[in-house]
Design a protein around this ligand. Structure first.
Ligand SMILES: Nc1nc2c(ncn2[C@@H]2O[C@H](COP(=O)(O)OP(=O)(O)OP(=O)(O)O)[C@@H](O)[C@H]2O)c(=O)[nH]1
Ligand SMILES: [Mg+2]
Length: 261
């Protein structure tokens, strides 16, 4: 008998919690979706949450006040000027926050990371998250899903949120979901409202499926692709910049193309 026999079966779990990113434009319901996920899964999974806000910890405070997790399990990363940098170019602050959560509440199953809300271009680096959800809402218009972009086209899941508002904003949800599915070449799309139990059940099932695939080693983190060039308004007019791969040495001050508005 060897001194250190191999275990009879290979371990089926990955030690690190699944890191799940949630991105999308301002106000589409990212924090609310995370609260919904926590509410649906907190009795069966050990969950931590990281929020990214430009200057505040407002999203973290909203989630703490929602009472869906112990407040200590919700951490805020303040990203400074551009929320994209912290989820794409230099993910150190988020990685450290995720590792701290995992150490403080071991064993965690899931760490959900909310991107700062910005525009249609935000995507997470696969160095930070294992899977990512891109969120749109019906109030942004039924044609947004057709407009594409890396998150809409290639995030692991696209959520069309706030479907309860569709009659009030004249959006045909079925059509929007069909457009989104076409733009995504069949990748997953869920039409969600926090008030529609069956849609919440579909979201819950999707998260559990990804977690199971991650643990079995079947899930591979995908990069939806670099962000498109985008504009940040400021008191001097604003800056247009990109987060193209290899463009990691930029600052947000002088070395961008400055675009006057
Ligand atoms: N009717 C309706 N409203 C919703 C739903 N989900 C979120 N909201 C509302 O949409 C607004 C924005 O929600 P948040 O969750 O703060 O959105 P967010 O994307 O996190 O916003 P930022 O972090 O500021 O980009 C809030 O007033 C929510 O109550 C939904 O399913 N239905
Ligand atoms: Mg939010």
């Amino acid at each position: 008998m060897p001194e250190n026999p191999l275990p009879e079966t290979a371990p089926t779990t990955t030690a690190r919690p699944l890191r799940l990113g949630v991105a999308g434009p301002v106000g589409v319901g990212k924090s609310s979706l995370i609260a919904t996920v926590c509410r649906a899964l907190a009795t069966e999974l050990e969950i931590g949450v990281i929020t990214n806000d430009i200057y505040t910890d407002e999203d973290a405070r909203f989630l703490r006040s929602a009472g869906v997790l112990e407040p200590e399990r919700i951490r805020a990363v303040e990203t400074g000027a551009c929320p994209h940098t912290a989820i794409r170019d230099d993910v150190t602050a988020n990685l450290l926050a995720a590792e701290d959560l995992a150490a403080d509440f071991a064993p965690l199953d899931l760490v959900v990371i909310e991107s700062g809300g910005d525009n249609l271009t935000a995507t997470f680096s696969p160095a930070l998250v294992d899977a990512q959800i891109f969120v749109l809402d019906v109030a942004g218009g039924g044609d947004v899903a057709r407009k594409g972009g890396p998150g809409i086209g290639r995030a692991d899941l696209l959520v069309v949120n706030k479907t309860d508002l569709a009659p009030h904003v004249g959006v045909d949800v079925e059509r929007m979901v069909a457009d989104a599915s076409a733009a995504r070449e069949g990748r997953a799309v869920i039409a969600l409202s926090r008030t529609d139990e069956s849609s919440v059940a579909a979201l819950r099932a999707w998260v559990l499926d990804v977690l199971a695939a991650y643990r079995s080693g079947a899930h591979v983190a995908q990069d939806p692709g670099p962000m498109a060039p985008h504009f940040h308004a400021d008191e001097d007019g604003g800056v247009l910049h990109s987060h193209a791969d290899g463009d990691h040495a930029h600052s947000h001050a002088d070395d961008h193309d400055v675009v006057a508005r």
